[in-house]
Design a binder for this molecule. Structure first.
Ligand code: UT7
Length: 325
């Protein structure tokens, strides 16, 4: 019998401090940086984001999302045999946020590691977990996206600091006789490293280079819409489905205009888009599982729905996962 993987539970967590565009504009003005609620809403669709307290790490956010996903799946932490955390803002250089999160969950022994594919991290991590479950290397996986992007923002650069937020989302993925995950399609093109990066590193006991996020927004925007359409079409073809089979499109939540552009290219009505960028901002690898859990808990997404998850971001990386929920 063929073996598949299925999402059996979802969870998410946002740090309590909600910062509206207006709050941020006031804060930035004290540094001589000019922005407005109107500009941010019109260009991105973002109205607010959440920022974690200074002592809160990605694994702190991730473990809360993981606990909620476990609860909704009816699975005990001790039953998990694989933990993958997608993050670009890990707690430490090493060990992984996944190992730290595993300890916070109060379990030990199962495989745990991080995936670094920036805003595509969650679709990469989900594809790896799906592959490991299909081969029998794992049976019950926690796949988590967790980020504290507020730590790597340059609050003197209005072209980037208004876009990102902190948060975490998680799913429990279990072995199953029926799909589940139908197909996925992952890509990277390293020649675009410079258009979205944090170029600094730690060397000889010091930070070497700039440790804050740099983005050529227009270059990212142009690439994003094209690759998101290609990845969606490739995934549908692998699964033998068509765009009209998609009940919900859950793209990486970076900019409402990119999301609507992708829906348009796939000829999907905008009401099939799951949108949380308005309240979460861009939470990088956390954005897709955060959007998924929000839509599941609001009753929008139901069991049996066909979902297209799509990530795109630094690397340049992109990919899609098609699944029956
Ligand atoms: O997570 C990975 C994926 N990331 C993305 O998908 C991000 C993709 N890129 C974008 O979402 C958009 O390119 C941005 C939202 C980053 C920028 O939107 P845009 O429509 O491309 O604006 P722009 O860069 O062309 O800037 C237009 C104007 C400029 O002023 P001038 O040169 O026309 O006078 C900017 O200086 O808007 C100005 N501007 C701002 N004004 C007020 C840029 N940022 C701000 C700001 N507030 N925060």
């Amino acid at each position: 019998m063929r073996r598949f993987s299925r999402i059996t539970g979802t969870g998410s967590y946002l740090p309590p401090r909600r910062v509206s565009n207006q709050d941020l504009a006031v804060e930035l003005a004290t540094r001589g940086v000019e922005t407005s609620d109107d500009w941010i809403v019109e260009r991105t669709g973002i109205r607010a984001r959440h920022f974690a307290a200074p002592d809160v790490s990605s694994s702190d956010l991730g473990v809360e999302a993981a606990r909620r996903a476990l609860e909704s799946a009816g699975v005990a932490a001790a039953e998990i045999d694989l933990i993958i955390v997608a993050t670009s803002t890990p707690d430490m250089v090493f060990p992984s946020a996944a190992c730290i999160l595993q300890n916070k969950l109060g379990v030990a022994g199962c495989a745990a590691f991080d995936v670094q594919a920036v805003c595509s991290g969650f679709v990469y991590a989900l594809t790896i977990a799906d592959s490991m479950i299909k081969t029998g290397a794992a049976n019950k996986a926690l796949v988590i996206g967790a980020e504290v992007f507020s730590r790597i923002l340059d609050f003197t650069d209005r072209t980037t600091c208004v876009l990102f937020g902190d948060g975490a989302g998680a799913v429990v993925l279990e072995g199953s006789e029926t799909p589940g995950i139908l197909a996925s399609d992952l890509h990277a093109d390293g020649k675009h490293v410079g258009i979205l990066c944090v170029p600094g590193t730690v060397s000889g006991g010091k930070v070497l280079g700039d440790p804050l996020l740099k983005m050529d927004g227009q270059a990212v925007f142009k690439l994003a819409v094209g690759v998101l359409e290609d990845a969606a079409r490739a995934t549908l073809e692998k699964a033998g489905r068509t765009a009209s089979d998609i009940d919900w499109l859950i793209p990486h939540q970076a900019n409402i205009r990119i999301m609507q552009g992708t829906a348009k290219k796939l000829k999907l009505p905008f009401d099939k888009l799951v949108v949380t960028v308005d309240e979460h901002g861009n939470t990088s690898a956390a954005s897709i599982p955060l959007a998924l859990d929000t839509a599941v808990r609001s009753g929008k997404i139901r069991r049996g729905d066909t979902l297209m998850l799509e990530g795109v971001g630094g690397g340049f990386t992109w990919g899609a996962v098609l699944l029956d929920f």
